[in-house]
Design a protein around this ligand. Structure first.
Ligand SMILES: NC(=O)c1ccc[n+]([C@@H]2O[C@H](COP(=O)([O-])OP(=O)(O)OC[C@H]3O[C@@H](n4cnc5c(N)ncnc54)[C@H](OP(=O)(O)O)[C@@H]3O)[C@@H](O)[C@H]2O)c1
Length: 317
């Protein structure tokens, strides 16, 4: 297949590009700064010569968006919103104008669309969309607004010949440097991988190879469209998540951190505590109903596998 990946130069794009190229697909990445073979320039806002790559393709997987690992200043929040809505809109325009549109458009979304909650898991049918939870910082609602506007941009695109799926993905755990697993593992190895603010908040995750398999599944399953959760079936509280990660690497202790320590740490890392403190309890209702089977459904086994691959890569280099 010819697969076009707008925003495919980042963490998730690296995972998909590696796997889909290895499976002998032709992969074209749209990026603002092309440097490698198979990369085509676009700006994520306006139509241009890049739309020729979409016309005649089989699949489009749009991942573009300003990184969420930043301070949530008004300017950064606006850039997070605009880069997602604009890129989804213009991808939709390119598909709508194509003489031979792709058969499926997978649009990245996020598990962050669901409410901060502890009491029950969120699947697509019964899950609670966030934005009005009591007792959480007001700006958390904006992340939900971004997710909703992002999905709306895809829904509103008039692409009758193309099936549309919104990927409500949890954190994708891969052994690559700079990814979320790398950051969490580094903290654990420094002895800082303990509970944050009590650690009761749920952490939803998906192993990189299951993420790729779920994407392939959604490409093939022409009966599935709309929002789909991409998350392992067993999200767990942050303190248990970090305990399993420490055990997988062999780190005996993880210092607990209070909310204020987390604020300081996030400030030092130019990141935001919402990523640490929001309870994301998301489960893959539709994938499981459709018969998708996870290879890495439990965190301990997934963490062991990721640690083994990290160690293998380091030994190799
Ligand atoms: N990583 C996860 O675990 C995870 C989980 C759920 C959802 N997501 C979402 O999935 C998407 C991909 O995640 P990722 O971790 O691969 O993100 P990433 O590493 O930050 O990569 C996103 C890509 O978007 C492009 N981009 C950034 N700002 C842009 C802008 N203003 N206009 C157009 N393109 C822009 C960049 O490509 P160029 O600089 O090459 O143009 C970048 O490589 C993101 O939207 C993220 O929010 C990620």
């Amino acid at each position: 297949m010819k697969i076009v990946i707008p925003g495919g130069t980042g963490q998730v794009g690296t995972i998909l590009r590696r796997a889909l190229s290895a499976a002998s697909h032709e992969v074209v990445v749209l990026t603002r700064r092309p440097v490698r073979d198979g990369e085509v320039q676009w700006d994520g806002v306006t139509r241009g010569p890049w739309t020729a790559a979409v016309d005649g393709s089989d699949v489009v997987i749009n991942l573009a968006g300003r990184s969420v690992s930043c301070r949530y200043t008004p300017a950064n929040l606006q850039a997070m919103m605009d880069s997602r809505v604009d890129s989804a809109r213009v991808v939709g325009e390119a598909i709508a104008a194509a003489a031979r549109p792709p058969r499926v458009w997978l649009q990245m979304s996020t598990a962050t669309v669901y409410a901060h909650r502890f009491d029950a898991p969120n699947d697509e049918a019964r899950g609670v969309v966030g934005g009005s939870e009591p007792g959480v910082p007001g700006y958390w609602a904006y992340s939900v607004e971004i997710a909703k506007a992002w999905e709306r941009a895809q829904e509103q695109a008039e692409t009758p010949g193309t099936r549309k799926v919104a990927l409500r993905s949890a954190m994708v755990m891969s052994p690559d440097r700079g990814g979320v697993f790398d950051v969490l593992l580094r903290l654990a190895r420094l002895g800082l991988g303990g509970p944050v603010a009590g650690g009761a908040q749920y952490l939803s995750w998906i192993h990189d190879l299951d993420f790729v398999r779920a994407v392939e599944f959604l490409v093939e399953r022409s009966d599935l469209s709309g929002p789909v959760n991409l998350a392992a079936p067993a999200p767990l509280p942050q303190r248990a998540f970090m305990r399993e990660l420490r055990a997988a690497w062999g780190v005996p202790v993880g210092l607990p951190a209070t909310k204020w320590m987390a604020e300081l740490g996030a400030f030092a890392m130019r990141s935001d505590t919402e990523l640490l403190l929001k309870s994301r309890r998301v489960v893959p209702g539709r994938l499981l109903d459709a018969g998708f089977a996870f290879d890495h459904g439990e965190w301990r086994g997934a963490a062991d596998d990721l640690v083994r691959r990290v160690r293998g890569a380091r030994a190799g280099s």
